[in-house]
Ligand binder design. Structure first.
Ligand code: SF4
Length: 470
């Protein structure tokens, strides 16, 4: 029998039935539920008189809309109050576990899933949010779904899906100082394009991936969707197991031993055939910054804004100029000459403890530049508590950052944290589309340490300059 990829192994193990034409009905092990995409799904259950097939297979939390400042007061009267109330009511009626906004387990859905051990290798996991691919860092098939699909999962614990083709992305070499996995994934997207992964499940392999922490692997898988692929995976190794051991929802006792034994084979076979292969030597990378309105429109921080007139394809030329116009940038401008108004450190891409540590290391003994406002929003309450135990909050506050409660915050213009029209932000989030952080807001994606460096200087900055003068 020919070798199989990790994706194929997990997929094949979850087929309930196959249809003529190529679709499969696959079993869904786990479903994360949040306040934005779930109301329509619950309304569909109400309308058709359906029950939830396995309430314990779902876990619910409010993250997108929740305020990160004055939360208890805002949730009495603010915009998010109704959304949170509705989620609480729906979860209560259908007996789905719900994590309250003041609970120490609260946080962004893609941060708390792994933290709690809800995310497990070899499973299928879905959520009504496209960055569900984050969980693939644990060797599972995890992908975002729409509201009607959420209803289907709630009612039947299955989904009709088309199996994706497979892409192997080999990341090799050692990360240079000042370069993080965020820079790697931005550089990869700039290389293959925002459509480069469409139709593929991407498996990340190579020496650079093996060297990554689980937190960095989550950052990597998180941005897979920005390359057009719904699924990003990393094979299971001892780091995966160590991360999950002892988590509240991880298997216990003999079940843990059995699970570890079952997870051991969750890697692609040596002779597995991928439909497409890409490789990147990460040792040659510099810190990356997005300049446009897609993650593909990114360059090294040492680079310049590209000139649309150098583009021969008229459609691409038009797209480049449109991005420049929205971002109010001029071709040829040095990236390091671009000044900023705001800094956002957080999100399901870079709101974990390692991200906060790396940003705090840049900020220690330094202050935010005059005229710049900066917030740091831990990805979860547990992250916030851990950061405070290490004194990171004091470093951020001393530098002039606001220290907020956990939530999606300024990653998405769905709550009180947003950019005003024309404001320019150094952001650790994952999307820089027009209006993503607020109508008319301008987003530059980068790593946490690059965002910290920008906060200190008030402009897009090569963090290596600050590292060298420690
Ligand atoms: S932090 Fe941003 S990308 Fe992540 S779940 Fe929230 S809104 Fe989605």
């Amino acid at each position: 029998m020919a070798g199989r990829t990790l994706y194929e192994k997990i997929w094949d193990a979850h087929i309930v039935r196959s249809y003529d034409g190529g679709d499969d009905l696959i079993y869904i092990d786990r479903h994360l539920v949040q306040e934005v995409s779930s109301p329509q799904a619950f309304a569909a259950l109400d309308e058709y008189g359906r029950t939830v097939r396995r309430p314990e297979a779902h876990l619910s939390v409010a993250d997108h809309a929740v305020p990160t400042k004055n939360r208890s007061q805002e949730l009495k009267t603010g915009l998010a109050a109704r959304q949170v109330e509705r989620l609480v009511d729906n979860c209560h009626r259908y007996e789905i576990p719900y994590i309250p906004t003041d609970d120490p387990r609260h946080g962004i859905v893609h941060v708390i899933g792994p933290e709690l051990g809800f995310t497990q290798p070899g499973t299928t996991l879905v959520c009504g949010d496209s960055h569900t691919c984050t969980h693939g860092a644990f060797g599972c098939i995890a992908f975002g779904i729409g509201a009607s699909e959420c209803a289907c999962v709630l009612a039947t614990q299955t989904l009709r899906q088309r199996k994706q083709k497979t892409m192997r992305v080999s990341l090799d070499g050692a990360l240079p100082e000042g370069v993080t996995i965020k820079d790697v994934i931005i550089a990869l997207i700039a290389k293959i394009g925002t459509g480069g992964g469409v139709g593929y499940a991407i498996e990340y392999v190579g020496s650079a991936v093996e060297a990554l922490s689980m937190q960095a692997r989550m950052t990597l898988c998180n941005m897979t969707i920005e390359a057009g692929s719904r699924v990003g995976l990393v094979g299971v190794d001892e780091k995966t197991i160590a991360f999950l051991k002892g988590r509240p929802l991880s298997p216990k006792g003999a079940d843990w031993e059995a699970a570890v034994a079952a997870w051991a084979n969750l890697r692609s076979d040596e002779d597995a055939q991928f439909d497409h292969c890409v490789s990147l030597d990460v040792s040659q990378l510099a810190p990356q910054v997005s300049w446009g309105t897609t993650p593909e429109q990114s360059v090294s921080v040492t680079g310049h804004i590209p000139d649309p007139m150098q583009e021969s394809d008229p459609d691409r030329r038009f797209g480049l100029q449109k991005s420049l116009d929205y971002m109010a940038l001029t071709a040829g401008t040095a990236i390091r000459d671009i000044t900023i108004d705001k800094v956002f450190i957080g999100s399901c891409t870079n709101g974990r403890i390692e991200d906060l540590r790396s940003a705090a290391a840049i900020l220690e003994g330094r202050t935010v530049a005059p005229g710049v406002s900066a917030i740091v929003v831990p990805g979860s309450a547990a992250t916030r508590i851990a950061a405070e135990a290490e004194g990171l909050d004091l470093i951020f506050r001393s530098a002039g950052f606001e220290w907020r409660e956990a939530g999606c915050s300024m990653c998405v213009g769905m709550n009180d944290d947003r950019l005003a029209e024309g404001e320019r932000c150094a952001s650790t989030s994952n999307r820089n589309f027009e209006g993503r952080q607020g109508i008319g807001g301008r987003t530059h994606l980068m790593s946490p340490q690059m965002a910290a460096a920008a906060a200190v200087t008030g402009r897009l900055t090569d963090v290596r300059e600050l590292l060298s003068c420690r």
